[in-house]
Design a binder for this molecule. Sequence first.
Ligand SMILES: CC(C)(COP(=O)(O)OP(=O)(O)OC[C@H]1O[C@@H](n2cnc3c(N)ncnc32)[C@H](O)[C@@H]1O)[C@@H](O)C(=O)NCCC(=O)NCCS
Ligand SMILES: Nc1ncnc2c1ncn2[C@@H]1O[C@H](COP(=O)(O)OP(=O)(O)OP(=O)(O)O)[C@@H](O)[C@H]1O
Length: 292
Amino acid sequence: MNALTAIQPQLSLGDWLADLAVDALIDEADLSPKPGLVDRRGSGAHTDLHLGLMHASALALWPSFKAMAEAAQQRGEIDLHLREAVGRIGREGEGEMLRVTGGVNTHRGAIWALGLLSSAAALDVSELAPAQVALRAARLALLNDRAAPVTGDSHGAQVCRLYGVHGAREEAQLGFPSVIQQALPQLARSRAAGAGEQNARLDALLAIMTQLADTCVLYRAGVAGLTRMQSGARAVLAAGGCASLDGRRCLRELERDMLHLRASPGGAADLLAATLFLDRLQHGLPAQLGSL
Ligand SMILES: CC(C)(COP(=O)(O)OP(=O)(O)OC[C@H]1O[C@@H](n2cnc3c(N)ncnc32)[C@H](O)[C@@H]1O)[C@@H](O)C(=O)NCCC(=O)NCCS
Ligand SMILES: Nc1ncnc2c1ncn2[C@@H]1O[C@H](COP(=O)(O)OP(=O)(O)OP(=O)(O)O)[C@@H](O)[C@H]1O
């Protein structure tokens, strides 16, 4: 111990994972220019959201992410007991989010994805590779939380029924394929090509948008909105991504059309936050936690 470590408060695994989850949400919100979404420039296609509200909501969720990680650390295995504990904490987190935002849904999908991933990470800190953490999260998501309210009238449930698509629940139960197969590989490719960190993150968001059945977009803009989102995201990446002039031109066209359609890819944004969380996690525990 030296003078610095003697005065440093002890960092727990739950603290660290909650820090990563909140950082991922703040980085996602700040990333600009995102088509249709809240970012540093404005509120995108939303009238009830703004950047300050996204930040306040993210910070308010820190205790929930910590509690979900601690529940997993204490339980030590994936079972119904843990699933129901995480579900209860997630619903309390949603209540806190709605209290802080005055009833606006800022992060419902993100609580679901990052809550499961925080728990999954805490279950085994010796296996923090993205695919392994996502697989543990999927096994947790597949268990049926008996206390979960029936959400048949949520926006997501309505469009899943109407269009026969998979939503946030299935994305988690499948092990976050959009994150593992699309976003993380694109993030690595764009970084390796020298795109710069912000452009690489935008490219990762677009990679998710190329194929996601985003229920936020479907609810607000129907199949026309979803088709435009997917084809527009493909066009940006095919033109060279956000670091290229042609890619930026395609991104501006996509944004113009999405604003016109009131389409906002909120599900893709949540999955970008999940991507940033898993990307940070794979570098391993900080030195202060090394002895866990
Ligand atoms: C599963 C959830 C997301 C509800 O989903 P549902 O589709 O019914 O609701 P809703 O339309 O309100 O929210 C969906 C949210 O997911 C995001 N989303 C939309 N489409 C997708 C998609 N294809 N993939 C991933 N996320 C998506 C959006 O941002 C949206 O905010 C979740 O809120 C839930 O069940 N919570 C219960 C509490 C719980 O069990 N928590 C435990 C884990 S933290
Ligand atoms: N930067 C962001 N900008 C906008 N939405 C985001 C952002 N990041 C994440 N989201 C997600 O998008 C969702 C908000 O979408 P939306 O406003 O369509 O939901 P809603 O309140 O259910 O529907 P509506 O506003 O159409 O009544 C949030 O749940 C949140 O998880």
